[in-house]
Design a protein around this ligand. Sequence first.
Ligand code: AOF
Ligand code: ZN
Length: 346
Amino acid sequence: MQSTPAADRKGMLRAAELAVFALGHTSPNPVVGCCLVYRPGQPDERLLAEGFHRRAGDLHAEAAALSALSPEDRLLLPHATAYVTLEPCAHHGKTPPCADALVSAGIGRVVYGTVDPDPRVSGNGLRLLEAAGVVVEAAAPELQDWCRWINRRFLVSVEQQRPYLVLKWAQTPEGGMDAARTVEHPGPFPVSSPEAQVVVHRWRSEEDAILVGARTWDLDRPQLNARLVSGRAPRRLVLGTPSTPLPSDVTCFAAPEDALTWCTKNGIRSVLVEGGASVLASFLQAGLWDELRVLTQDRPWTPSVWAPPLPDNAQCLNGPEQVKRGFSKRMGATECGVYLRRTDHT
Ligand code: AOF
Ligand code: ZN
């Protein structure tokens, strides 16, 4: 089966774009996109069908794409490539195995973005395809990295048996996070711009859970929902023992590790840790973080609480890279910086 690197790139980027449509809706499942292209890179190349996984329990991406084929185009599959952001599954779960579905549909070639670390799959999907004579290829390294990025919550949580951890805080240019609370000025003191607050609500809707410390809970009485955007509200978690009453859906933990064990048991793939400063510091000191999002407000004021120092292995994304990954650099009067672990494949 002939193709070209440019055609393979186009196919995989489209599959990734499809996958991301369901970001924030598929947990505990991954985001997965698939497109079926007849003779990629040839003059008569044609997109036959595409699909993505919408939510756990629904059709997988490959099955969605296959079901969108017209009967005539189905006959063309021996000359078609399936671009899939994740290795096709090999297990009978809520739906039958995608690798089997691709084989019985007669697909000629499969290009995949990342191996599925789910122990029920983990290379079995690729072996099943190869055993049936399908040409199986990994995407180019840059596209593998991209597929890993869009599915980082699922991949990290399966590989490391703990949720993917996004630590977020807002600070002044000098690194102040909060001002002294007094009877006249009880707070909370919004540090970031109204534009940034909308973005933070979108971030909340993309993670399975949100965690704050007991002190923040008591002082600010935060709602911890995603009310400024349309999207899922995350589960609410509190670290420590608040003195004010907790609604029944809020779960409390003594230490970060306890919260993470509970999340893993309950299928929570990602947590947005929003502070305060000592909670953030306890996660950072334990090395429990994957991504840092720091919102810096232009306007200086006199702080009484300081943001935690950045860990040595935190690497700031450069501007174009940050934008490519979906983070604006500026939100009104707030600047956004995103940091990843230096050792990551990102
Ligand atoms: C694919 N394509 O679109 C998705 C896959 O509970 P189930 O049956 O939906 O299985 C969930 C597992 O299947 C999930 O942990 C992951 O390994 C894989 N997800 N695989 O081939 C898809 N969503
Ligand atoms: Zn599947």
